[in-house]
Design a protein around this ligand. Structure first.
Ligand SMILES: Cc1ncc(C[n+]2csc(CCOP(=O)(O)OP(=O)(O)O)c2C)c(N)n1
Length: 671
């Protein structure tokens, strides 16, 4: 039957029995595709009947369906003419994993981040009314997404507005992990209420909202009833803030879903339809582990096992190191905005349940609360994905940075994340954090450096941002004893480098062209007793390889690429490689000395060119009035970057090693 479905009209023609059959086929189809491409599985399996019912009752594109987060739109895509294209989902040039207005007119608004749908729906409904148009506007939002501040702000406005629009609350009791919070407790009371069916619905109550029915009489009766109901029926909360509450309804019963949706079109004012669904419905392995199959890599359908074993990644290294640090420091607390597993905090929660806080999909609140805890003497560590940190920007500025509070903001999934595409790429964080005074902004070149940076951050007592990418280390292996060694710049393993300003010891002087090092003498830095340049010191970069022809300044994962390129070109050119370590405070001394020496500099970062490392170095050259410098910046341009694998995207934007190498050759061979 699925082969016959090319538009919502084809669904509308089917009988309920046929729709049940179609639901089964859709589940199998989605399972097949996600097991091959990876993607969001459990949420999509949970909304098959709901999506069929929505498209049976409403008419897109006239009616507007705004899918919150948008990760659950695979069924919607299948029904709205993208059945075959779904096979390309999340692949380069294929369908996106989220709604995209440029993909289909059935997608009326782009989403990807949580909790936006009710605001957007209200906006569309108000515009419709101002333009005297007729259409239904529906926000479909999960119970997880409902924990986000923006959703609550919108509920507050919608309820009061009396605008005609519908919120469908898709309640599966799960965010990615089990949902949390007071609202969830409230919803769980509603869940236990008798399910809505066509035969038991409270007709009188609904009739109140239907225009033309004897309002005054019913209103008096209702007032009395309301005050009584208030005591016993918790659903009154939604009613009290201005919604007509319908439900709860079985989200896997197409017939009842269609009934309640049709009924909702008769009601005046804002409506909230409470739909109960099961995440992973129909695929037992996902039903049992909905969190694991929320978003998944390609897997074997029979066993549920991933096709490729997951290698160690930065999130895991972060989580393990944090547990280690927390064992010795009771002040360390961890906060997650509903991303415990993704950010590597599962072990922390097990070991320190009292010091672990899942606060819902509420990044603003996460940082605000962290600021409060920091002010009260704790050391909050808050790992949030780069693109979701955008949500908490004012809290970072207003609550943390202005007061210089020691909140450790760990920016996971920084840089290109791949298949999730433009709403999830973490290319802006270096730039937007760099604008904020008082922040220390660091990015590690490998796992070990992330551990060192975390340790540094815990001891610093200042706001710190540490950003690291999705996945694992680059292929390049840093020699742990690696440091710049050249004829003029030798360090033996007993020596310590005084990083402050490369001062000279009177007994023994080694002078590089522009660097001065002290030898045979242990030096202590203010923050740390450091072992050569391996340990992190505030505002100090790491000189990995000395050279004369070109300075490469790289940050984060791109440092490995820089070293690899410098080594591959070593027969031809003598290239200096600096691991910036800090975007802020930038190691202006060492970097400007290097540029002064080579007069040629390239920067490499996995972030946007505007505002990040590229800007920082270009500004430094101007500030220090270093003349006759040739520069080239490898970074992402001023655009939103679509989905594809990380290496495909790096290639498209010229950030792959091959291209950078060729550009360096051109630069250095140019007359
Ligand atoms: C601002 C923001 N933070 C975090 C996420 C990551 N995220 C994607 S889906 C999801 C859970 C959504 O739960 P719910 O709304 O209940 O939908 P379900 O998947 O259960 O259907 C989270 C936390 C996000 N998309 N946006």
């Amino acid at each position: 039957m699925l082969q016959e479905i090319n538009s919502p009209e084809d669904v509308k023609k089917l009988t309920i029995e046929q729709k049940k059959q179609l639901a089964q086929e859709i589940r199998e189809y989605i399972l097949q595709i996600v097991s091959e491409n990876g993607g969001h599985l459990a949420s999509n399996l949970g909304v098959v009947e709901l999506t069929l019912a929505i498209h049976s009752v409403f008419n897109v594109p006239t009616d507007k369906i705004i899918w919150d987060v948008g990760h659950q739109t695979y069924v919607h895509k299948i029904i709205t003419g993208r059945r075959e294209a779904l096979k390309t989902i999340r692949k380069l040039n294929g369908l996106a994993g989220f709604p995209k207005t440029n993909e289909s007119e059935a997608d009326c608004f782009n989403t990807g981040h949580s909790s936006t749908s009710i605001s957007v729906a209200l906006g569309m409904a108000r515009a419709r009314d101002l333009k005297n148009e007729k259409s239904n506007v529906i926000a479909v939002i999960g119970d997880g997404a409902l924990t986000g501040g923006m959703a609550i702000e919108a509920l507050n406005d919608v309820g009061y507005s009396k605008t005609n629009m519908t919120v469908i609350l898709n309640d599966n009791e799960m965010s990615i992990s089990p949902n949390i919070g007071g609202l969830n407790m409230f919803l769980s009371k509603l869940r236990t209420k008798k399910l809505y069916t066509k035969s038991n619905m409270s007709v009188k109550k609904i009739m109140l909202k239907i225009p033309g029915i004897g309002k005054p009489i019913v209103r008096v009766i209702q007032r009395v009833k309301r005050s009584l109901k208030q005591l016993i029926i918790p659903k009154m909360f939604f009613e009290d803030i201005g919604f007509t509450y319908l439900g709860p309804v079985d989200g896997h019963n197409i017939e009842e879903l269609e009934n309640i949706l049709k009924l909702s079109t008769q009601v005046q004012g804002p409506i909230l339809i409470h739909v109960l669904t099961k995440k992973g419905k129909g695929y037992e392995i996902a039903e049992k582990n909905p969190d694991k199959y929320h978003a998944t890599a390609p897997f074997n359908i029979e066993t549920g096992k991933p096709k490729k074993e997951k290698a160690k990644d930065y999130s895991k290294v972060f989580g393990e190191k944090l547990v280690e640090l927390a064992k010795n420091n009771e002040k360390i607390v961890a906060i997650t905005a509903s991303m415990k597993d993704g950010t590597g905090l599962a072990q922390f929660q097990k070991e320190f349940p009292d010091r672990f806080f899942d606060i819902g999909i509420a990044e603003q609140h996460a940082i605000g609360m962290a600021a409060g805890m920091a002010k009260a003497g704790m050391i909050p560590v808050v790992p949030i994905y780069s693109s979701f940190y955008q949500r908490a920007y004012d809290q970072v500025i207003h609550d943390v940075a202005i007061q210089k509070l020691p909140v450790i903001m760990c920016v996971d999934r920084a840089g290109i994340v791949g298949a999730d595409g433009e709403t999830h790429q973490g290319t802006l964080d270096l730039a937007f954090f760099r604008l904020v005074p008082n922040l220390n902004i660091l990015a590690p070149k490998d796992f070990k450096e992330l551990e060192d940076m975390l340790e540094f951050a815990v001891n610093l007592k200042e706001p710190v941002v540490i950003r690291y990418p999705r996945g694992g280390e680059e292929n390049y292996k840093f020699d742990s004893n690696q440091k710049a060694e050249t004829e003029s710049y030798k360090i033996d393993s007993n020596q310590k480098v005084e990083t402050e300003s490369y001062k000279i010891d009177s007994n023994q002087k080694v002078e590089a062209e522009s660097y001065k090092i002290e030898s045979n003498q242990k030096m202590e830095t203010e923050a740390h007793k450091s072992d050569l340049q391996q340990k992190i010191e505030k505002g100090k970069s790491e000189l990995l390889k000395e050279g004369k022809n070109l300075s490469i300044i790289a940050i984060g994962k791109m440092v490995a690429r820089a070293m690899q390129i410098a080594e591959e070109l070593k027969e031809k050119f003598d290239i200096e490689v600096i691991n910036a370590r800090f975007l802020k405070p930038l190691d202006a001394d060492l970097i400007s000395k290097s540029i002064n020496k080579t007069k040629k500099v390239i920067t490499i970062e996995d972030g946007t060119k505007i505002g990040g490392l590229a800007s920082a170095i270009d500004e430094l050259i101007v500030e220090k009035q270093i003349e006759n410098v040739k520069t080239k910046n490898f970074a992402y341009p001023d655009e939103f970057i679509k989905h594809g694998t990380v290496s495909e995207i790096e290639k498209i934007y010229g950030l792959d090693a091959e291209n950078i190498k060729n550009e360096i050759i051109k630069m250095l061979e140019a007359k």
